[in-house]
Design a protein around this ligand. Structure first.
Ligand code: GDP
Ligand code: IMO
Ligand code: MG
Length: 459
């Protein structure tokens, strides 16, 4: 059986910690989309791991697979594997031969496109990892795949086709000398790229990492192995279901789990799909956020540092309490109240069978909390998100207010279970569960594996 973990909001909901929580009962943990734009945190027994590519199940010694839907930067992958080995783990990671490879020129192009867009305040605020340009080349049928790294003739042929195109774009469109880039001196040099990436191919072969992901996973499933599918990013930055163009370039929603692994929709749909919810909202990068408190200069559209002091105080309180700074980029995350129209949209798109709600501890100490129960747009009340980003930006939240809860000895609560939670926290959680008609499987009351109230085990 499969368990699919999906971010229900804008990423950083705490997916890594839920994968870690439940993967003790899994055999294989698979990333199905995204690349090293992800930053998944796993903490237990005082150890903290931040993973960009290696599936979070590696911390429990599970086999990890990077599915065909991923885009893989081999430099990051091997660095991360090395880091884990230095910390005493023995990660076993396989990579799909069909997955696409992030090349240095993808990173360069990601950066320059963002620079150009920023001249008109239109930048997405990407992680700069080359994600968008790599998926563009995949769709444009000019990408380099993991399987190509294993075959020198094919690799050279692919590079000889694609690199001159990229040189022309850098030079003619962006007026950049492709041979004079300080950070990436060889990004557009066919021979240098061939040498470096062929060596990654040899290493993948030596370490027996390449797999036909669909076949590998189906065989594992038929042999009775339990699979966990680890989504990266979140529904509202999904390229189809998110707030385009302020999105990533893949499908974090549950449909991505089938396309990005080669497991059929029936297999994924037969399993559990757990929506990961942060008890409030955070966002890294640009784009609207109707329930945002105050703003972050450079990221919040139109924000110039002038905000309501009470909102600023709340945003700072939550940001500091939740340590809301980007795992990948270190940027302060934008903060807002929980948004039910957003969660209704996410629940529909992925068909959540259970929820994990994190950061209930972070909200402790507030007198009252708000939740957007609906939106008002042009005199009409909306229960779910409109399809255009411009309309979403115009939505006024219709808030419902909840009484807050005090800080607690969360270790004790995690041990004693759900009934030990403050009554006001239970009221808040039950409202979310009732509105979405989805049971809550787990509640995070701190960053660590031990700080979790587990109500249901999905396997
Ligand atoms: P992911 O990308 O969805 O895996 O989430 P991130 O790891 O980027 O961000 C979540 C952050 O919140 C990490 O620093 C986690 O350690 C932390 N975290 C997760 N759940 C909880 C929780 O219930 N309480 C607190 N205080 N921190 C949490
Ligand atoms: P995890 O898996 C939060 C955001 C970026 C930017 C947009 C596009 O840790 O939840 P990209 O580099 O993907 O082209 O950037 O998406 N973004 C994330 N935000 N969590 C993530 O991953 C993210 N991955 C990308 O900030 O707004
Ligand atoms: Mg993250």
């Amino acid at each position: 059986m499969t368990v699919t973990i999906v971010g229900s909001q804008l990423g950083d909901e705490g997916k890594g910690r839920v994968v870690d929580l439940y993967s003790d009962e899994a055999d294989v943990v698979v990333r199905y989309q995204g690349g090293d734009n992800a930053g998944h945190t796993v903490c237990h027994s005082g150890e903290e791991y931040k993973l960009s590519l290696v599936p979070s199940g590696a911390i429990r010694g599970k086999v990890g697979v990077l599915g065909n839907g991923c885009v893989i930067n081999p430099r990051t992958l091997f660095d991360e594997l090395e880091m884990l080995r230095e910390r005493g783990l023995e990660p076993d990671v396989r990579v799909a031969e069909r997955a696409h490879v992030i090349m240095p020129f993808h990173r360069v192009l990601d950066g320059i496109e963002e620079d150009v867009k920023s001249e008109d305040d239109q930048e997405v605020g990407t992680t700069g990892r080359g994600i968008g340009p790599t998926y563009e080349d995949k769709a444009g049928r000019r990408g380099v795949r993991i399987g190509d790294l294993l075959d020198p003739e094919v690799l050279r042929e692919r590079l000889e086709y694609v690199v001159p195109q990229k040189r022309a774009i850098a030079d003619d469109v962006y007026d950049l000398d492709p041979d004079d880039l300080e950070a990436y001196p060889n990004a557009f040099d066919i021979d240098a790229l061939f040498e470096e990436f062929r060596e990654y191919g040899r290493r993948i072969e030596r370490e027996d990492m390449a797999v036909n992901a669909g076949a590998f996973l189906s065989d594992a499933r038929e042999a009775g192995k339990r699979l966990m599918l680890e989504g990266a990013q979140g529904t509202i930055i999904d390229i189809d279901h998110g707030n385009y163009p302020y999105v990533t370039s893949s499908n974090p929603t549950a449909g991505g789990a089938t396309v990005g692994t080669g497991l059929s929709p029936g297999v994924i749909g037969d399993g559990e799909v757990i929506g990961i919810v942060k008890a409030y909202l955070t966002r890294v990068g640009s784009g609207p956020l109707p329930t945002e408190l105050a703003g972050v200069e450079g990221d919040t559209p139109g924000y110039d540092g002038d905000s309501d002091p009470a909102e600023e105080e709340l945003a700072t309180y939550i940001r500091e309490a939740g340590d809301e700074y980007g795992t990948v980029t270190g940027r302060p995350r934008r903060v807002g109240w929980l948004d039910l129209p957003m969660l209704r949209h996410s629940t529909r798109a992925s068909g959540f069978t259970g929820l994990a709600v994190n950061h209930v501890d972070t909200l402790a100490g507030l007198d009252e909390l708000k939740v957007a129960d609906a939106y008002e747009l042009d005199g009409e009340q909306l229960e779910t998100m409109p399809a255009t980003t411009e309309q979403w930006a115009d939505c006024e939240p219709v808030y419902r207010t909840f009484d807050g809860w005090d800080d607690q000895d969360w270790d004790v609560i995690a041990e004693d279970g759900y009934e030990a939670l403050p009554e006001n926290a239970r009221t808040y959680l039950e409202y979310v569960s009732d509105e979405l008609d989805v049971p809550i499987y787990a509640i995070g009351v701190g960053p660590s594996r031990e700080d979790t109230i587990v109500r249901e085990r999905p396997y």
